[in-house]
Design a protein around this ligand. Structure first.
Ligand code: FAD
Length: 547
């Protein structure tokens, strides 16, 4: 309930030493904002990030602190802080549940396709607000998914419907569960709260490097599934969307969908397919779903001993051991003749996995457990490629998929056609020479020394080489011979967008189809996908019921 005698102010950039507690932080935030302790009603940590600039001997936290204060007293110091931008009104969070006044007519038979974060949170938002919801996924429930992955990891036998990308929880189910691709959306806290209720640690509500880890994700997903069932949704596993059926008439109004298990009635379709459902995208495109090519990230995975990253980030700081495995986030801007490069999806204490859903292709990604306990640190090192670069590989907006497939196949073959991955020492990649051996990596299927410098197209090789040289200056040893490149990392983002209206979220030319999440081109991580799904559901719910 809003109390007009109080207001919440967000104090930005409050430093906190590693050994300081909440009292010190509270005092410092009050001082920084010019708030008298007697005017303070409450405090909440909104964000805590690690500031690790070894070159300047800095290793501490930097926090955004929300202070609930009595509105009666605004000191001149507070006025000044507000004017300077160091303090501002805290944003108002939104709930998944909408006030009845904002709801139009909820769909009676919404079909949500895909149980990744976008589909899960779209389904939960729809069901909590009175819609009839059926959530379908081509893959298996978590328990079955785990079992069905065994033949792949033991013998390379890939199931095209249940794998590391498809099945309950979507692509992030076997991941680091990083939650920091945040987009400053009012729905963010509601989603994080939902994860905490399902068993995630409460620190995710403010930790700037929050991650859940695969082990904990596997305890959280069944609880989220139960919330969905409690809200009245139906869930169908091993159920693959194959096509849409339309009501007779001039406009494209879906009234049923076709699946491998029969037809389902549908008066609102949410497509949360992820970035790897190439077969479904091709089928839906043939039925009139408008697609557009978009830039995407392409490169390789890089792995180092975790110790090297810890030393580079934390140095000899006596309290560094309390911080766990160090992570990094490195970027270099492009220049006129060479594109920029950046690291992405860094997994401290993690392992490299084969994130594929089609046999005969290879694509790497990273995962880790909540304790970050493996001795390896891996990340994607990628560059952004523009549609012009992949246009020669195929026709229209599907050219990006053809480009990905081409390189995924050549890396698969270079690894020996057995899901082993080609690998090259960073120092050899930079020197343009073969690695005689690459030593042990964490990659599930093992590696074979390969010429990654030859396998990558020249402009991508040039961008990555320039990036790696710069990153070696920022993190000593990064570009040395203990760094190993493993590839290919071709699916860090989607090469296409399902075109939708900015306000209604409706797919172009459709009356009741909502493309959402990463595969639709509107998200790039667990949080942004979840937010996009929940937001699209709220947008649909706020519309009056469709004729
Ligand atoms: C190994 C790995 C590690 C990652 N680590 C992180 C991380 O730490 N932090 C982070 O933010 N992001 C991470 N990501 C990215 C993140 O997982 C995705 O951005 C996110 O899952 C996208 O969510 P989504 O709901 O849009 O799609 P997805 O999660 O991809 O879900 C799509 C779902 O749709 C289903 N589906 C597809 N086609 C059909 C069909 N025809 N019929 C029925 N169902 C269908 C699939 O089975 C799948 O379950 C990682 C990804 C991978 C692969």
């Amino acid at each position: 309930m809003h109390d007009p005698s109080q207001q919440t102010l967000r104090v930005l950039g409050v430093p906190q030493e590693l050994d300081e507690g909440p009292e010190v932080l509270r005092e410092r935030a009050c001082r920084q904002a010019g708030i008298r302790p007697q005017d303070l009603v409450g405090m909440r940590l909104a964000l805590r990030s690690l500031d690790a600039r070894r070159s300047r001997g800095i290793l501490r936290f930097v926090c955004h602190v929300d202070l609930v204060v009595r509105t009666v007293h605004h000191s001149s110091a507070l006025q000044k802080a507000l004017r300077s931008g160091r303090v501002r009104e805290a944003p108002v969070d939104q709930a998944l549940e909408m006030p009845p006044t904002r709801r139009g007519g909820p769909p009676r038979q919404a079909v949500v396709v895909g149980s990744g974060p976008a589909g899960l949170f779209a389904a939960l938002t729809l069901a909590r607000n009175g819609a009839g919801v059926t959530l379908i996924d081509r893959g298996a429930s978590l328990e079955q998914r785990h079992k069905r992955l065994v033949p792949f990891h033991r013998g390379g036998e890939l199931d095209p419907d249940t794998n590391l990308l498809f099945g309950e929880g979507g692509a992030g189910t076997y991941s680091d569960g990083k939650l920091y691709t945040r987009v400053q959306d009012p729905l963010e806290q509601a989603i994080l709260q939902e994860l905490v209720l399902a068993g995630a640690p409460p620190e995710i509500l403010y930790d700037g490097r929050a991650h859940i880890g695969t082990d904990r994700l596997h305890r959280i997903l069944p609880a989220l599934r139960q919330s969905l069932l409690d809200a009245g949704a139906t869930i169908l596993w091993d159920t693959k969307l194959e096509g849409m059926g339309f009501r007779k008439g001039p406009a494209r109004r879906i009234d049923r969908v076709f699946t491998n298990r029969g037809e389902l009635a549908c008066d609102a379709l949410f497509l949360a397919l992820g970035h790897s459902a190439r077969d479904t995208v091709e089928a839906l495109s043939e039925q009139g779903l408008e697609l557009a090519a978009k830039p995407f990230q392409f490169g390789v995975r890089i792995e180092h001993p975790q110790e090297l990253i810890n030393a580079g980030r934390f140095g000899e700081h006596p309290l560094a051991a309390n911080l766990g495995a160090a992570s990094y986030n490195l970027a270099l801007k492009g220049e006129a003749d060479v594109a920029g490069a950046h690291t992405f999806c860094m997994c401290p204490g993690g392992k490299i996995v084969a994130s594929i859903s089609e046999p005969g292709l290879l694509c790497t990604n990273g995962m880790s457990n909540s304790t970050h306990s493996s001795p390896f640190a891996n990340a994607a090192v990628v560059t952004t490629i523009e549609p012009a670069a992949f246009a020669p590989f195929g026709t229209g907006p599907l050219a990006g998929l053809a480009f990905q497939r081409h390189f995924e196949r050549s890396f698969f073959e270079a690894g020996g056609s057995s899901y082993r991955a080609p690998a090259q020492r960073v120092s050899d990649f930079l020197a343009g020479q073969a690695s005689r051996e690459v030593g042990r990596t964490s990659y599930t299927f093992g590696t074979t020394p390969g010429r990654i410098d030859h396998l990558l197209p020249a402009p991508i090789r040039a961008a990555l080489a320039r990036g790696l040289q710069r990153f070696d200056q920022l993190l000593p040893g990064f570009g040395g011979n203990s760094g190993i490149l493993v590839g290919v990392e071709s699916r860090s983002s989607s090469p296409l967008r399902m075109v939708r209206d900015r306000d209604t979220y409706l797919a172009t030319g459709f009356e009741n189809c909502y493309p959402i999440g990463e595969g639709a081109g509107y998200a790039g991580g667990i949080m942004s996908a979840a937010i996009d799904g929940a937001r699209a559901a709220q947008v649909r719910l706020s519309q009056s019921s469709i004729r």
